[in-house]
Design a protein around this ligand. Structure first.
Ligand code: CAA
Length: 282
């Protein structure tokens, strides 16, 4: 595998493009919005500069990596040579299903179509294509250049061969892949989101304040960030939508989103990206 197409140049897309380019792959970064592409390339440059100043990447390797990333606003041109597509577009089921229908038409028959979805069913995405055996989840964690995990999610029809190629590819990026089956929230978010939701309930019920809750989890459980800060970092709208997938998928009231989370999202307090969630960001 040599040519990787990454769809979506937001936080996850630019991190994924960064890592593939850093490890020698040719990357086509695709977004409908030219401005987003420019912003993503600037972010990749800045994050690689961080690695250069830490001594984990040389200036020459950084320049070579950046030269391996080409940006496209046209989907057909961007995916024309792809051996693997990693879709990291908006977490919206109808957008993703339409995109995979198009990818199935536009890509070479042997291209693997992967998605970085955090909770949408891989089986459902695979079913809109004529190659469900070649559709797989590659769930990277944010910030992608730092976090070691790739949750590799097998849909109902994903083949053994495609699964092992994806596991192998993740190791080439110096990540640690973990193979999981396709059920709501997979593993990462099935465990993470109830913890975040419980932290929000703890605040909502007045048991403790925001900083107190985060401090308990940071210093008491050695989490790098408290759950409320992490929720801000992930996006409160994303947390809400994943909790709804868990709630609908299992039909179990234990996944019902806290009313405070629902209110905050409805009021536009979506976390770091909107300037305010549980904390304020300038
Ligand atoms: N690109 C490259 N390097 C980066 C970076 C980026 N975007 N962001 C941070 N770094 C590097 C820094 O340069 C630093 O490197 P060194 O260790 O070599 O010094 C290191 O990462 C740590 O960064 P900082 O010192 O700036 O900050 P920190 O110690 O507070 O760590 C953090 C930041 C890594 C984000 C840490 O707070 C953390 O691990 N937070 C939790 C992250 C997490 O849980 N992510 C999963 C979210 S859930 C998800 O993504 C999936 C989903 O479906 C919702």
């Amino acid at each position: 595998m040599k040519n990787i197409a990454v769809i979506g140049s937001g936080t996850m897309g630019n991190g994924i493009a960064h890592v593939f380019a850093q490890y020698g792959y040719e990357v086509a970064l695709i977004d409908i919005n030219q401005q987003s592409l420019e912003k993503a390339l600037a972010t990749i440059g800045k994050n690689m500069d961080r690695q250069v100043s830490k001594g984990t990447l040389s200036e020459d390797d950084k320049n070579a990596a950046i030269s391996r990333i080409k940006s496209f606003t046209n989907l057909a041109e961007g995916v024309a040579n792809a051996d693997l597509v990693v879709e990291a577009a908006t977490e919206n089921i109808s957008i993703k299903l339409e995109l995979f229908r198009q990818l199935d038409e536009l890509c070479k028959p042997e291209t693997i179509l992967s998605t970085n979805t955090s909770s949408i069913s891989i089986t459902k995405i695979g079913a809109v294509t004529k190659r469900p055996d070649k559709v797989i989840g590659m769930h990277f964690m944010n910030p992608v250049p730092v976090m070691k995990l790739v949750e590799v999610i097998r849909g109902y029809a994903t083949s053994d061969e495609v699964t092992s190629l994806t596991m192998e590819l993740s190791r080439k990026l110096e990540k640690v892949p973990v193979e999981v089956n396709d059920y709501p929230g997979f593993v990462a978010n099935r465990i993470l989101m109830p913890m975040i939701n419980e932290a929000i309930y703890t605040l909502y019920e007045g048991v403790a304040g925001i900083e107190e809750i985060d401090t308990v989890m940071k210093l008491g459980m050695a989490h790098p960030m408290g759950p409320l800060q992490l929720a801000d970092f992930i996006g409160l709208d994303v947390c809400l939508s994943i909790l709804r997938v868990l709630h609908d998928g299992f039909g179990n009231p234990k996944y019902a989103p806290c009313p405070l989370l629902v209110n905050m999202v409805e009021a536009g307090y979506k976390g770091a990206k909107t300037g305010e969630g549980f904390y304020k960001y300038t």
